[in-house]
Design a protein around this ligand. Structure first.
Ligand SMILES: [Zn+2]
Length: 78
C-alpha cells in the first residue's frame, strides 16, 4: 500500500497517509488544523519524512558520488 505525503496549505504542515491506490484522491483533511486545503506532494513507499520540501533525489545523487570527506584519505579530492 503506497504512502502519500500531503502538505497543508493553511498551516504548512506535512503529514503522511497510507492509502490504497484508489483512495489517494479522496478527501483529505489536515490532522492539525482540519483544513481541507491539502495538497498531495509525493507518493512514496515508506520513506522517512523530515518535513523538508527538498527533493530526495538530490541527496541520493550526492551520496552516489562516493565519499566527499577531505580528511579520511580516501582520495576523493584527487
Ligand atoms: Zn493544516
Amino acid at each position: 500500500m503506497p504512502m502519500y505525503e500531503y502538505g497543508c496549505l493553511d498551516c504548512a504542515r506535512q503529514f503522511e497517509r497510507l492509502l490504497p491506490m484508489n483512495a489517494a484522491d479522496q478527501h483529505i483533511v489536515c490532522p492539525f488544523c482540519q483544513s481541507t486545503r491539502v495538497q498531495r506532494r509525493l507518493s512514496l513507499f515508506a520513506t522517512h519524512s523530515r518535513g523538508e520540501a527538498s527533493a530526495p533525489a538530490v541527496a541520493a545523487t550526492m551520496s552516489d558520488s562516493g565519499c566527499s570527506c577531505s580528511s579520511c584519505g580516501c582520495g576523493s579530492r584527487s
